[in-house]
Design a protein around this ligand. Structure first.
Ligand SMILES: [Zn+2]
Length: 428
């Protein structure tokens, strides 16, 4: 299976040399749609200039895209004061749906859009994934997906693809969750199971890591949207990362890249949930912060109920606001470790921005000064690297939003996959 998660910023035109007519048509349609995705509206001449395609070719492609309603005319654009009026077109596809889902420890999130990114469905369902067992959890996820697909169809957009974000290692090519320790999942063929649950809807189902998809959401619609070199960090009990490099999501050979929580930062440190010692998440994960800030409520104490992580973070934020010394010290320490790990990522990937999500974002005002100081000290390129931490504003919905965005990317990378199956609109 080919896997092209993000072709948004690929420069240059189609490569006709090695392509037959079908591949060439696919590549050219994709080029035109990508150009339109990056701009609100463009004239045919703009598209020809930007893509290097002949104007006649653009007109031809446009006729097909208009007929299939993937683009629409948006009226007349006047270029300059005395310029000739030009008809502009914009990405449309209101009848083509992209369904993104996220399953996490205690919720399932849904984000469904049309091809232009218009939101059609968005919801979060509380669900105890951890305590439910694999079969029940997958059934519930299938049900939520089905309901969302039906809601999208009621909004007249038939899902053309589904993507699911999972907090764990995912064999992306096979759609298998290799290991999601916090869900107790291993070697779960999630893409196949969801595909059969969604029938009669017959669409490709992708599975990917939640931090990778959140990174994609940050790149397409977050606080640093459009920044082509960006690292996203998710701060929960575990710490994950997603890396956008040169405008593309970095996947690695098997889709396992971004496991930054298990960078070894302290050989004499504590044991990590992964079995190794001194991983970064043992320093900056929520469990580490709680242990230092409110040790009486530390994770894993015998006889303690597991409180809501949001409540713990809110408790800590209250303590910090009132100047609690122990909490202030704990957050300073976590902030420094955050900066140290961030400097490793900055040295590796030279990102312009490190976007922090999860609890990192909730406590950003206290964490960031320490993290940024440490980063500035430790990055080899020094301040020349110009890398700054910023807090995500996407909240819990980041991964499902990124999942929907990935579906859109995939449709744009190969529009013929849906064009050939879309019914031609009836002629009135
Ligand atoms: Zn580890």
């Amino acid at each position: 299976m080919t896997y092209e998660p993000n072709l948004l910023r690929t420069p240059g035109g189609a490569t006709p040399s090695a392509a037959g007519p079908a591949a060439l048509r696919r590549a050219n349609l994709s080029l035109v749609l990508r150009e339109l995705r990056d701009h609100e509206s463009l004239s045919r001449a703009d598209i020809a200039d930007a893509t290097g395609l002949h104007r006649a070719t653009v007109s031809n492609l446009m006729a097909e895209l208009l007929e299939r309603r993937l683009v629409r005319e948006v009226g007349v654009e006047h270029v300059g004061a005395i310029g000739r009026p030009r008809r502009a077109v914009a990405l449309h596809g209101a009848h083509v749906g992209a369904l993104g889902l996220e399953i996490n420890v205690d919720y399932i999130a849904v984000h469904g859009t049309d091809l232009s990114g218009r939101v059609l469905v968005e919801r979060r369902v509380a669900f105890d994934t951890m305590g439910s067992g694999t079969d029940r959890a997958v059934r519930r996820l299938g049900l939520v997906a089905k309901e969302a697909a039906e809601a999208m169809e009621r909004a007249r957009a038939v899902p053309a693809g589904v993507a699911v974000a999972v907090p764990g290692l995912v064999d992306v090519a096979r759609g298998v969750v290799t290991l999601a320790p916090n869900l107790y999942w291993h070697d779960l063929p999630l893409a196949d199971e969801l595909t059969s649950m969604l029938r009669p809807l017959d669409v490709p189902v992708r599975v990917d890591n939640d931090a990778n998809l959140s990174a994609l959401a940050e790149f397409t619609s977050g606080v640093a949207a459009g920044t082509p070199d960006l690292v996203y960090l998710t701060g929960e009990v575990g710490v994950g990362g997603g890396i956008i490099s040169g405008g593309r999501l970095l996947c690695g050979a098997d889709g396992y890249s971004g496991e930054v929580g298990h960078l070894r930062v302290d050989p004499n440190g504590d044991q990590c949930g992964c079995g190794r010692v001194g991983c970064w998440e043992t320093k900056v994960g929520l469990a580490a912060l709680v242990r230092a800030a409110m040790p009486e409520q530390a994770y894993g104490l015998p006889g303690m109920p597991v409180p809501d992580p949001d409540e713990r973070v809110a408790d800590i934020a209250r303590g910090l606001s009132s100047g609690d010394r122990r909490m202030t010290q704990a957050v300073a320490q976590v902030g420094q470790w955050l900066g140290l790990g961030g400097s490793i990522l900055a040295n590796l990937f030279n990102p312009r921005v490190i976007v922090i999500g999860g609890y990192f974002a909730s406590l950003a005002q206290w964490l960031l000064p320490h993290a940024q100081d440490q980063l500035n000290r430790l990055v080899v390129a020094g301040s020349g690297a110009q890398c700054r931490f910023v807090a995500s504003t996407l909240g819990f919905g980041a991964a499902s939003r990124g999942a929907a965005s990935m579906v859109v990317d995939q449709i744009i990378a190969d529009p013929t996959s849906i064009l050939d199956s879309l019914p031609r609109p009836a002629v009135h």
